[in-house]
Design a protein around this ligand. Structure first.
Ligand code: DAH
Length: 341
């Protein structure tokens, strides 16, 4: 072993390291040259056979070679380790996942919009129980005992055997009674809520739906005021150009009673499938609160008068959204609902 061949060996080992491309090749280098039986430790073994006087020089050269090569080896090793560490485990360029944000159900959105208009008109919002009794749902509302609406076929009775049977309210009108039992005129309230009827479920009807009830009681409230208020509501909600008509009707709890129709807002009165080619849509029932109803709530009909109205929310929601099967509103299919976000 001479000085020159040691220098050549050093250069050769450095060249080998320069050619290393991967951690595997680096490991192969280590196994060839750095482990116990590898090239460099072998050099130290050979030192023993070097003549004594040359030992310091060769010792220094071999040490230097080992230092230089090992330093380069460590550098490379670190480089590979760093590369592995920064190798991203997630692809940061992928688009993020959109979180599902809640939206108002179209029925509730419709209801909220209607209530907003009534509130701006000075009505307060009041809610009543869905589980009612016969007295509030029927009797106090002046339904005669044999009225067909009390029939088992329309009403879900919970405890039919009681003297005052417990039932699921069939309309929001009983909330009128609860309001008048608890407040004295002037009363201006709207009463939204869920109602139940024992009806076959079909494209057009559900056994569970929503209504908004309205009640206005004060001194000398007139039918003309009722009309003016409802027309103002309709023109706000359906558009200023909406035409309307009031038809005489009958409800036990109002006298006189009427139903309000508006020009179909889809065909503008020309006639289409939605309005069954009549050009008109029935949107609500209304009337002057029957004196018997006021009396039942201990309000003197000689001193006070009032008007009431009730409207369904689902049908209007269907008309606005273009949903033609009422059941789709409650299938909770997000593909349907998220269209109305
Ligand atoms: N309660 C009636 C129904 O469910 C709707 C209604 C009609 C409510 C006339 C009223 C009213 O307050 O005055 O069909």
């Amino acid at each position: 072993m001479d000085q020159q061949s040691l220098q050549q060996l050093q250069q050769q080992l450095l060249d080998e390291l320069s050619a290393v491309q991967s951690p595997e090749e680096l490991e192969a280098f280590r196994l060839r040259h750095l482990v116990k039986k590898g090239t460099i430790p072998q050099l130290f073994a050979q030192l023993r056979s070097v003549p004594k006087e040359e030992k310091p020089i060769f010792g220094r050269l071999v040490n230097e070679l080992r230092q230089v090569v090992e330093q380069r080896f460590q550098e490379l090793k670190q480089q590979f380790e760093q590369k592995a560490a920064v190798q991203p485990t997630v692809d940061l360029t992928l688009p993020g996942r959109q979180p599902l944000a809640g939206i108002h159900h179209p029925v509730y959105a419709t209801m909220a919009e209607m209530l907003q208009i009534f509130q701006e008109m000075g009505f307060t919002v009041v809610v009543g129980p869905e589980i009612e009794d016969d007295y509030h749902n029927f009797e106090a509302l002046n339904f005669p005992p044999d009225h067909p609406a009390r029939d088992m076929q329309d009403t879900f009775f919970i405890e039919p055997e009681r003297e005052n049977p417990i039932l699921l309210r069939t309309h929001t009108s009983p909330v009128q009674i609860r309001v008048m039992e608890n407040l004295r005129p002037p009363i201006r309230t709207v009463m939204p809520g869920r109602v139940y009827r024992n009806e076959a479920i079909s494209v057009r009807s559900l056994a569970e739906f929503h209504q908004i009830e309205g009640l206005y009681v004060d001194r000398s409230v007139t039918f003309a005021e009722m009309k003016g208020m409802l027309v103002a509501f309709v023109q706000r909600f359906y558009g200023a150009e909406t035409q309307y008509t009031f038809r005489p009707s009958f409800f036990p709890f109002t006298e006189p009673s009427a139903e309000m129709d508006i020009t179909c807002f889809l065909c503008k009165g020309k006639g289409c499938r939605v309005c069954k080619f009549t050009g008109w849509l029935e949107i609500l029932g209304c009337g002057m609160v029957h004196p018997n109803v006021l009396r039942a709530c201990d309000i003197d009909p000689e001193e006070f008068s009032g008007f009431a109205f009730g409207m369904g929310v689902e049908r209007i929601t269907m008309l606005r959204t273009g949903i033609t099967d009422i059941r789709m509103l409650y299938d909770n299919d997000l593909r349907v609902l998220e269209q109305f976000a």
